[in-house]
Design a protein around this ligand. Structure first.
Ligand code: 26Q
Length: 752
C-alpha cells in the first residue's frame, strides 16, 4: 500500500526519486493518516500556550506514532533507499531554545498519546534558533530558514486582528498535526504575520528591530540585550496571546460556551511568564462581551494555570510599564485594576504587580490570577514555596503544586535507540512501549551476565554510530573504547560547563605528571550560547581552544579528547544520548529547575554524574546512591552562602594549588597558541573575581567523583553495565505520560 502510494505521489519509481521527493511524499501520506485521527473535543479542552515548541524533526516520529514506520522503512529498503538518509532531507524545526521548549513538545506528544484533548498555541517563527558555526574557536550565528516549500505547517486561511501600538495587524493561523502513539491527533496552532520579510536580515542574524511589520515573527527570541529587542519580545508575546485568546473564545463559543462557563470548556496552561499577557487579554475580551471585571477575573482565574521554570531572578520577566503602555495600551487599565485587586488581598509589598519603580512583574500577575502555580521538580517546587515565592505561598498555599517534568519515550527511546528498544522488548515484552512503568521489570535481569554483556554491546554500537556521524559532520575521529562523558544543554554559567572545563585542564596536568586516568575519556559538549551572553561565548571559546591544545599534544591526547558538537539541536541530541556513558548534570545546586536531558541520558543507559539539583534529586532517590555519582554542595548550603554574601572566589583560588593551576592555564601559553587572549582573560577574571555560580567550592568534589566514575567504568565493565541497567529500569517515572496524567488529575480535568 505504501509503495503504491509513494509511486503515485512521486509519479515515478522510488529508485528514481530524490530523498527530498520521498520526504515530501511521505509527509503527504502522514498528513492524510493523521487527519483521520482528529476527534471533536468534548468537555474541557487544554490550550498549552508557549513562546517555544522545540518539536524537532517530525517524519520518523509521526511514522512511529501512526504505526507506519516499519512499512515505510521496508519499502525504502526494498528500493535501495534508507530511512537514515531520508531523515537528513528534513529540516529541523528549532522553534525553541532548550528545556522549556522541548518540554512543551514532549507534553503535546503525551497529550495525544493519552487521548486527551489538548492543543498548543505559539508562534510560527520564520527562523528558528540560530544555526551555530565555529570560526576561529568562536561561536558565530547564522539564520536558520527551516520553512521550506514542503512544511508540516498548514495555512488554515483564518486570521485574527491584533492591535499593536495602536495599529491593527492580522495574525494568520497555521497548524501542525500532533500525532499520538496509537492515539488521537491534536493540533499545534502557530500564528504568523503575512508581511514578515526575510530580506530584512542583514549580517548573520542582525536585522532592523524597529520594523515590526517585517520582523514580528522573523526570529525566535531576538536578542533582548537592548530596549529594541525587549520591545520586540513584548510585541511577539502579545501577538501570540491575543490571537490565541480570540481563537480559544471562538472555539468555546462554537462548542456551546456562554463565556460565563468558559472554565468548563477550556484550561489554559501558561508556560513560564512569556504568555502571561493572556490573563489581561482574556479579561479584556470578556469585558467586551459585557462581562463585568470582577466576574471576568474569576473566570480567567479558574481557566488559567501557570508553570514556573526558573528560580534565576534575571529570567523572571519584569517589564517597564512604559514599554507596555507603548505596545499594549489597551491592557494597561486592566493590569492596573489587577494590581489594585491584588493589593486589596495583602499588604505584602513583595507581591505587587506594578511596583513603585514602574515595573510590571509578570510572574506576580500569574500567581494572583491563576488557580495553580507549579514547579517542575520536587526540589524546585520546595525552593519556590520556601524561599523564592514564599510570600505568595503564605497567601495561597493551596495554589502551589509540583509536577516533575518528563520526556516522551517515543522520541527519546523508541525512535533514537531502536537497538536498545528491541532488546528491551525481547527481555520484558512490548508493554513498556505504552506503559513506561513496566521498565521496572528489567531489574530482574540486573545480575544476569549475558544481559549486561548485551547492554555493553548495544552501547558500543551506539558509540560507533556517533563516532561515524562525528567523522562525517565535523571530520573528527573519536575512540569508541574511551568513556563518553557528555554535557549537552544550553550554555549557561549556572549549568557550569566551566567546571567540566577546569576538570579537563586538571587532568591535562596530571597526565603530564605521569598520573594517567583509569581510562581514556572523550569529553563531548553540545551547547549554544545566547548571542549577547559574552561569558557564555567565552566558555565555548575556551572549550574549543582546549580541544585544539590537547589534540596537538601527543602525550595528553592519548587520554583525553575534547569534542564540541557544532549546532547542538534535537537531531544531534538524538545521536549523542544513546552513545553516552557518563551524563554530566553539574549545575550549581538550587539553580536548575529540573533538567530533562538528565532523564533522556538515564533512559538510554548512561550513569549520572551530578549535583543534588533539579530532577537529579529524584533520579538519585530512585536508582540509589550506588548507581549515580553525586557530588558538591547541597542546595541548602548554596542558598545559605548566597544569603550570607560571603563567597569570595579569590580565596579559593589562592588556597587551592590544583585549582589555581587549572585557572591559570586558561591564559597560559598552550591556550594562547590557539585561542584569543581577550576572551580567555575575561573568563579567567570572571572566575577569580566573581564566580557567581560557585564552581570553585565544588571543584575538588567534582574531580574526585568523576575520577571514581572513570575508574569504575574501566575496572569493572559488568558492574558498570549493571548501573546502566538499573538506571533504565528506574526511568519509567520520567515519562511525560506520567507528568501529563498528573497535570490532568490535579489541574486540568480535561474531557467530560
Ligand atoms: C526571558 C526574558 C527575556 C528573554 C528571554 C527569556 C527567557 C527565554 C527562555 C527565559 C527563559 C527561557 C527558557 C527557560 C528554560 O528553558 N528553562 C528550563 O525549563 C526546563 C523545563 O521545565 C527545565 O527542565 C530547566 O531546568 C529549565 O532551565
Amino acid at each position: 500500500m505504501m509503495e503504491k502510494k509513494l509511486q503515485e505521489l512521486c509519479s515515478k519509481s522510488i529508485e528514481a526519486c530524490s530523498y527530498e521527493e520521498l520526504y515530501a511524499a511521505l509527509m503527504t501520506i502522514v498528513k492524510e493518516k493523521s487527519r483521520e485521527k482528529i476527534l471533536p473535543a468534548e468537555g474541557r479542552k487544554l490550550y498549552y500556550i508557549s513562546a517555544e515548541f522545540l518539536i524537532g524533526k517530525l517524519l520518523s516520529n509521526n511514522l512511529i506514532n501512526l504505526g507506519l514506520y516499519e512499512e515505510a522503512d521496508q519499502c525504502l529498503q526494498a528500493h535501495g533507499k534508507s530511512m537514515a538518509e531520508l531523515e537528513e532531507a528534513e529540516p529541523e524545526p528549532s522553534l525553541g531554545n532548550g528545556g522549556l521548549g522541548r518540554l512543551a513538545a514532549c507534553f503535546l506528544d503525551s497529550l495525544a498519546t493519552l487521548n486527551l484533548p489538548g492543543d498548543g498555541i505559539g508562534l510560527r517563527y520564520h527562523c528558528g534558533l540560530f544555526h551555530q558555526y565555529f570560526r576561529k574557536n568562536l561561536q558565530t550565528e547564522e539564520p536558520d530558514f527551516w520553512l521550506s516549500a514542503d512544511t508540516w505547517t498548514e495555512d488554515t486561511g483564518k486570521t485574527y486582528p491584533v492591535s499593536l501600538a495602536g495599529r491593527e495587524y492580522q495574525a494568520r493561523l497555521y497548524q501542525i498535526d500532533v500525532t499520538g502513539y496509537e492515539g488521537r491527533t491534536n493540533k499545534l496552532n502557530l500564528f504568523d504575520l503575512d508581511t514578515v520579510d526575510e530580506a530584512l536580515i542583514q549580517d548573520g542574524i542582525s536585522f532592523d528591530k524597529a520594523d515590526i511589520e517585517k520582523n514580528l515573527t522573523l526570529f525566535l527570541y531576538p536578542d533582548d540585550s537592548d530596549d529594541a529587542g525587549r520591545l520586540l519580545r513584548i510585541y511577539q508575546q502579545y501577538f501570540m496571546v491575543s490571537a490565541g485568546a480570540q481563537m480559544i473564545l471562538e472555539e468555546c463559543e462554537k462548542r456551546g460556551s456562554n463565556f460565563h462557563d468558559l472554565a468548563d470548556y477550556a484550561a489554559i496552561q501558561i508556560n513560564d511568564t512569556h504568555p502571561s499577557m493572556v490573563i489581561p487579554e482574556l479579561i479584556r475580551l470578556l469585558m467586551e462581551k459585557e462581562i463585568p471585571f470582577e466576574e471576568a477575573v474569576d473566570i480567567v482565574t479558574k481557566t488559567c494555570a501557570y508553570t514556573n521554570h526558573t528560580i534565576l531572578a534575571e529570567a523572571l520577566e519584569k517589564w517597564p510599564v512604559s514599554f507596555l503602555e507603548q505596545v499594549v495600551p489597551q491592557l494597561m487599565p486592566i493590569i492596573r485594576a489587577l494590581d489594585e485587586t491584588a493589593r486589596k488581598r495583602t499588604e505584602d509589598a513583595s507581591t505587587v504587580i506594578l511596583d513603585e519603580n514602574g515595573i510590571v512583574h509578570m510572574a506576580h500577575m500569574d500567581i494572583h490570577f491563576t488557580h495553580s502555580t507549579n514547579g517542575v521538580a520536587a526540589l524546585h517546587t520546595e525552593i519556590l514555596k520556601n524561599s523564592e515565592l514564599h510570600s505568595f505561598y503564605k497567601l495561597y498555599p493551596e495554589k502551589f503544586n509540583n509536577k516533575t517534568n518528563g520526556i516522551t519515550f517515543r522520541r527519546w527511546l523508541l525512535s533514537c535507540n531502536p537497538e536498545l528498544t528491541s532488546y528491551l522488548e525481547e527481555l520484558i515484552g512490548p508493554g513498556f512501549r505504552k506503559d513506561a512503568a513496566q521498565l521496572e521489570k528489567l531489574a530482574d535481569y540486573a545480575d544476569q551476565e549475558e544481559v549486561l554483556r548485551r547492554l555493553i554491546e548495544i552501547k558500543k554500537h551506539n558509540k560507533e554510530k556517533l563516532a561515524d556521524w562525528l567523522t562525517e559532520k565535523q571530520g573528527i575521529t573519536v575512540n569508541p573504547e574511551s568513556m563518553f562523558a557528555i554535557q549537552a544543554k544550553r550554555l549557561h554559567e549556572y549549568k557550569r560547563q566551566q567546571l567540566n572545563l577546569l576538570y579537563l585542564i586538571h587532568q591535562y596536568y596530571e597526565i603530564k605528571r605521569g598520573h594517567v586516568p583509569a581510562a581514556p575519556i572523550t569529553a563531548v559538549f553540545g551547547a549554544k550560547a545566547a548571542p549577547a551572553y559574552t561569558i557564555a561565548k567565552d566558555i565555548i571559546h575556551a572549550i574549543l581552544t582546549l580541544s585544539q591544545a590537547i589534540a596537538h599534544d601527543p602525550e595528553v591526547s592519548q587520554w583525553i579528547q575534547v569534542v564540541m558538537i557544532e549546532n547542538y539541536n534535537v537531531t544531534a541530541a538524538e545521536k549523542m544520548i544513546p552513545a553516552c556513558d557518563l551524563s554530566e548534570q553539574i549545575s550549581l545546586a538550587s539553580k536548575e529547575a529540573s533538567g530533562t536531558g538528565n532523564m533522556k541520558f538515564m533512559l538510554n543507559g548512561a550513569v549520572t554524574l551530578g549535583t543534588l539539583d533539579g530532577a537529579n534529586v529524584e533520579i538519585a532517590e530512585r536508582v540509589g546512591e550506588e548507581n549515580i555519582y553525586i557530588f558538591g554542595q547541597s542546595s541548602a548550603q548554596v542558598i545559605r552562602r548566597y544569603g550570607h554574601q560571603d563567597y569570595c572566589s579569590r580565596e579559593w583560588y589562592e588556597s587551592d594549588p590544583n585549582l589555581r593551576r587549572a585557572v591559570d592555564f586558561l591564559t597560559g601559553e598552550e591556550m594562547l597558541k590557539y585561542g584569543c587572549e581577550e576572551n580567555l582573560t575575561r573568563l579567567k577574571n570572571e572566575l577569580t573575581g566573581k564566580d557567581w555560580f560557585q564552581t570553585f567550592p565544588d571543584f575538588n568534589a567534582y574531580l574526585v567523583r568523576k575520577n571514581q566514575a572513570l575508574e569504575d567504568f574501566a575496572v569493572n565493565p559488568l558492574k558498570w553495565a549493571r548501573r546502566c541497567l538499573i538506571n533504565i529500569s528506574q526511568a519509567g517515572f520520567f515519562s511525560s505520560d506520567r507528568t501529563i496524567e498528573a497535570y490532568q488529575k490535579e489541574i486540568w480535568h480535561l474531557g467530560k
